[in-house]
Write a protein that binds this ligand. Structure first.
Ligand SMILES: C[S@@+](CC[C@H](N)C(=O)[O-])C[C@H]1O[C@@H](n2cnc3c(N)ncnc32)[C@H](O)[C@@H]1O
Length: 392
């Protein structure tokens, strides 16, 4: 084995990949210390078109992720070890294989007991290629989603799925947009920042369209902790500010996001998006208290509101229907769909509006249709409609 350690190492790697026992491979220790590329981390990903080697190229401030077929990936790894890096640490289910270059330039291979939790079953979820990569992603670790080995902690796997689902939904929407270079994304009611960080990460490191991003949050403690994590992650253009959605001072807003902002806070956010002419407005509404309190059904539909849970669902349906109609009235092509299955959270509707023009010639017609809906259910006012009407 020692005769040609590099060839032996690659034989081992091929065998481990073949047996689907690769946990990860880390190629590190740059030959040229001033190189911007610090390491390469390789895992196996299962894409729709089959298994691939997933490469995370770790740079000082960002990661770039690419998938390669095995043959191509092996070729790239051989070239990386020949020209860019001195060492490779291979972690598999049954052994760790270390390839190191000594200070005198001699290359050595050694085999050790495994140290990482084995991939016992190569099942779909374990290897599913997610849009948000875990390895080397500091914010995921700081938020407690991953452990020290960059693995998703079992109790956080739903959160990790939600993050990826969110990015999956956002990707095509954002690709459709024509945005200025210094575009501003505002996340209203950013909370602990899970989805804010993930979006910033995806925009910068996967789409290559780094945004100026602001998370707006009431709670100072969350603002403080999120800013610390942004700093540790070197997310230089991501900033969290404390304030209220309805009146925090912001410049232009190109993309407005409000996920699970309580009750009328969602309306305040949509209002600000419309008033700023945001290109994209995305919200996942939370509770619908305002309309629930307003419901005063005196016709045959009153049987629905006799039952608390149905009254709640009715309030949700009416509130979000009117929100979607209002977005349409202001020239937003609007979709309403399930964000993440109810198995994970009951707050699972997402409303996405993409600005298509300067306005909608049917605006007044839409508002009269909204009025008709309100009349059926004895609703005097819808908070968002009221705010926009007041301006007019
Ligand atoms: C349920 S959490 C959602 C957090 C995050 N957007 C998510 O979906 O994971 C709602 C957050 O919005 C904040 N919030 C609610 N109303 C707000 C308002 N009017 N202004 C600023 N923050 C608000 C709350 O403090 C809370 O942290």
């Amino acid at each position: 084995m020692e005769n040609n350690p590099i060839a032996s190492f690659f034989d081992k790697l091929a065998e481990i990949i073949d047996n689907k026992e690769l946990i990860k491979l880390v190629v590190s220790n740059q030959k040229n210390k001033s190189s911007g590329l610090h390491s390469i981390i390789v895992t196996i990903a299962q894409l729709k078109r089959g298994y691939r080697l997933n490469f995370v190229y770790r740079h000082a401030t960002r990661d770039i992720t690419k998938n390669f077929e095995f043959a191509e990936g092996m070729k790239l790894l051989k070239s990386a070890l020949a020209t860019d890096f001195n060492d490779a640490n291979l972690f598999s289910n049954h052994e760790n294989v270390m390839l190191v270059t000594t200070p005198s330039g001699k290359v050595k291979i050694s085999i050790h007991e495994p140290t990482l939790q084995p991939v016992t079953e190569f099942h779909h979820d374990r290897i599913k290629s997610r849009l948000i990569n875990t390895i080397g992603n500091i914010y995921l670790r700081e938020l407690g989603i991953t452990n020290a080995n960059w693995e998703v902690r079992r109790e956080m796997s739903d959160k990790y799925k939600q993050i990826n689902r969110y990015i999956e939904l956002m990707e095509p929407e954002i690709r459709e947009l024509t945005l200025p270079t210094d575009y501003h994304v505002v996340d209203m009611g950013s909370g602990q920042g899970y989805l804010t960080f993930a979006l910033y990460d995806f925009l910068s490191n996967s789409l290559g369209k780094t945004a100026i991003m602001t998370g707006v949050e009431f709670r100072e403690d969350l603002v403080k902790s999120c800013n610390l994590i942004a700093e540790k992650s070197k997310f230089d253009q991501l900033n969290f500010i404390s304030g209220a959605i309805e009146n925090v001072v912001l410049n232009n807003i190109d993309i407005l996001i409000a996920l699970h902002a309580c009750d009328t806070a969602t309306d305040d956010a949509i209002y600000r998006g419309i008033r700023s002419n945001a290109s994209l407005i995305v919200c996942a509404p939370c509770c619908h208290k305002q309309i629930r309190k307003e419901l005063n059904v005196t016709n045959q539909l009153n049987n629905i509101v006799k039952y608390g849970i149905l009254k709640e669902r009715l309030a949700e349906l009416i509130t979000d229907t009117i929100r979607a109609m209002i977005l349409e009235a202001y020239g937003y092509k609007t979709k309403v769909f399930e964000f993440i299955s109810t198995e994970h959270t009951p707050k699972n509707v997402m409303i996405v509006g993409r600005k298509t023009g300067t306005g909608n010639p049917s605006k007044e017609k839409i508002f009269s249709e909204i009025k008709a809906i309100r009349e059926i259910f004895g609703i005097e006012k819808h908070y968002l409609e009221e705010m926009l009407r007041r301006d007019a």
